[in-house]
Ligand binder design. Sequence first.
Ligand code: SAM
Length: 234
Amino acid sequence: MKITVLSLFPEYFEPLLRTSIIKRAKEKDLFEFETVNFREFTKEKHGHVDDTPYGGGAGMVLSCQPILDALKSVRTPRSKVILLTPQGDVFQQKMALDLSKEEHLIFLCGHYEGFDERIRDYVDLQVSIGDFVLTGGEGACMVICDAILRLIPGVIKQESSHDDSFSNGLLEYPQYTKPPVYEGKAVPEVLLSGHHANIAKYRHEQALIKTAKNRPDLLNDLDLSEQDQKVVDS
Ligand code: SAM
């Protein structure tokens, strides 16, 4: 997997590559990462990459030329090009999984008032990380890259992501670690029993209960068994 990020602020990504799990994965060469500052591609004589909006209004709009020339310089027939925008499809775990199987992802990070509308014609996908507006696409890109990279084989233990929230459509069951009692709050007995089948049953039921309580909308997409439905209704 190779990730190329087109951004006016490539320094944004340094902490991601220098920290924790992503740092170790990078050191093991489990992925390649590069940034391209599209300002270096502008043909505007003062180095500008944006201009005032036609029709008037506040702010500056990113111009086609520097972004599309930068894109041309890195795109191959096997690249998937993703434009970050609050107007795009909302990013979810399923999309993270699909994107983690791609060979080359190119992200376009906007800034200021966003992109000239015509740039959208040159991308494969427009993605938003939620219904709010950021100052730039870099924060959104880091969120998406983090979610994708941890799904690449070898980055984390495969079992760790199996039961993660959203992986099977449910939120994850409650997790506990030592001590068995903290300020009078005890870890559920079954988790200390060593009985694997009972633990698996408990966890599945707790995942159903938690999802029904915190995110009932997720259950609409699932075909629950009669037994699971009883747990949800209880
Ligand atoms: N005027 C644009 C609009 O209302 O759709 C918003 C522009 S925003 C201030 C600047 C850039 O931040 C966008 O071009 C995009 O790359 C990024 N951005 C902002 N919010 C985002 C979100 N929720 N998801 C993904 N990218 C976002």
